[in-house]
Design a protein around this ligand. Sequence first.
Ligand code: FES
Ligand SMILES: [Fe+2]
Length: 335
Amino acid sequence: MINNQWYAVLSSHEVKPGQVVAARRFGEDVVFFRDDDGQLGCVTDLCAHRGASLGGGCVRDGHIQCPFHGIEYATDGRCVHVPSEGRNSRMDFSRFNLKHYELQEIGGIVFAWYGDGEPKGEPDVFDVVTDPAFSYDHMNDTWGVHYSRVIENQLDVSHLAFVHRTTIGRGNRTIANGPKVVWLDDNTLQTSANNEVDEGQRPKPSEECVIKETNLNFKFPNLWLNHVSDKIMILAFFIPVDDEHSIIALRFYNRITGIRAIDKLIARMGSVANKVIERQDKRVVETQLPKVTSQYMSENLVAADLPIMEYRRRRHELQNAGHSIFDNTVAANLN
Ligand code: FES
Ligand SMILES: [Fe+2]
């Protein structure tokens, strides 16, 4: 993980009013729920009384109620009611307060602050997320690898002719020119595929390649955008579940006709296509070892892996700057 970052962790539509959603994020079991104003909360799953799972609880008066003895917690983790002490108790229940995550919802994406103390800055999002002209459809899938593997796969331009030979990689363009990598700002990397059929030529160096209209963009820590055209964009966020699992959330955005109902239908079809391509990736990426990547690891990278190298380099910088909480695998790889 990179410490002190806003991570996209959920789609807003996944937590309806009155619903308790149990999930695993950052290697910890948590629950999401909304208060009476619709404000979203995320607290640790373990009740502070005697350790029952709040995932089996319910929402009462905008608080999450433990299914065991009915203790209630607010969205910020505060213990607000201990039934056995009575409604009019004057006792201080703060020792029951739960760990919670600060959240923000932007464009239907829930961001959680993973860091020390109060959040610094705002989540960095792509404009399409808040652009009302676009309609989108959303899908999720769980992968059995750390989220860093999923990100790197989405920045990998030389797998297209192999993994996606029947879909977006048709045409046997196995030579990877470049690729060119541009930093749009400290937090945003951009690249695009310049692949060609191998007719005996040498791949062009990065300097001779261009960023095409169809390009890939990545914002730390876990947002990705495939800018297909000004009217079609595919957004992904890579949700950290634990060291060996992640969730890829994929959204197909478009404003092809400008008519909401039709664009929504197009988005739904786009999701079907996204799913086919995503399953092609998943089959291969889930076999990669180790399940988590780092700046220093025993892989043999080639020129086509430049976007991955740049991702790892910047991630390493941010980890050092944020006093990252390394897991054992990453720490071992840093020796
Ligand atoms: S264990 Fe949750 S209220 Fe007792
Ligand atoms: Fe792929």
